[in-house]
Design a protein around this ligand. Structure first.
Ligand code: SAH
Length: 213
């Protein structure tokens, strides 16, 4: 089967699995996932699977990328913060839908590789830094949307991320651990109020906060 045929098959699978937002499907269609996976896994680039990207990390499963992106309800005026750049795939999908993506990755090598891909694809609305994403990016706040692509092992979202969320903003974050199970949770900020909505079970690599200075 050709690469293009595999991609069409994947998009049809996403649609059948509940991805109804045409803008989200269009963004996934326009970002070639084969540019984000290691060469040894190229033949699986359009399978609905998470794949290893080195350092024990993974590029997320396409359905999870699509569902989390859809849950964010993004529009083209939004500033979006992503925690966990990884391969850069999710950031590139977001970049097709919003004004600017700010993305933070703790592994320098992964970050540099992702930045090379953004340049090669001529994506110019992503700004990436190396650091601890649980602290957010205060200089660039507020963000209309925040997405975390690693599992946060706590009952409350990281306080810095809630603080940096704009009024009316949405935070989508996997919460929990391997023992109690993880789920994707959506928080909506309404003034000083934050409403929580549990969305669906998921499995992510852990969000690793840096040791306090
Ligand atoms: N969004 C990525 C998948 C990310 S996997 C993609 O599309 O490919 C989760 C990533 O979160 C890993 O690369 C991991 O190194 C990173 N990560 C974990 N804890 C972090 C933290 N505290 N700050 C920033 N990045 C973190």
């Amino acid at each position: 089967m050709s690469g293009e045929a595999r991609k069409i098959r994947l998009l049809m699978h996403l649609r059948r699995s509940g991805i109804t937002d045409h803008k989200v499907l269009g963004a996934l269609e326009r970002v070639p996932r084969d540019l984000f996976v290691p060469e040894t896994f190229l033949d699986q680039a359009y399978e609905d699977k998470a794949l290893p990207i080195g350092l024990g990390q993974t590029i997320s499963q396409p359905l999870v990328v699509a569902m989390m992106t859809q849950a964010l309800e993004i529009d083209d005026r939004h500033k979006v913060l992503e925690i966990g750049t990884g391969s850069g795939y999710q950031a590139s999908v977001l970049a097709k839908l919003c004004r600017r993506v700010y993305t933070i990755e703790r592994h320098k090598i992964l970050l540099e590789t992702a930045e090379t891909r953004f340049a090669a694809m001529r994506i110019h609305n992503i700004v990436a830094i190396c650091g601890d994403g649980t602290r957010g990016w205060p200089e660039q706040a507020p963000f209309q949307r925040i997405i975390v692509t690693a599992a946060h092992a706590g009952h409350e979202p990281p306080p810095a991320l809630v603080e940096q969320l704009d009024d009316g903003g949405i935070l989508v974050i996997p919460m929990g651990d391997d023992w109690g199970g993880q789920q994707v949770v959506r928080f909506r900020r309404d003034g000083d109020d934050v409403q929580r909505e549990d969305l669906w079970p998921v499995r992510f690599v852990p969000l690793v906060p840096n040791m306090p200075a």
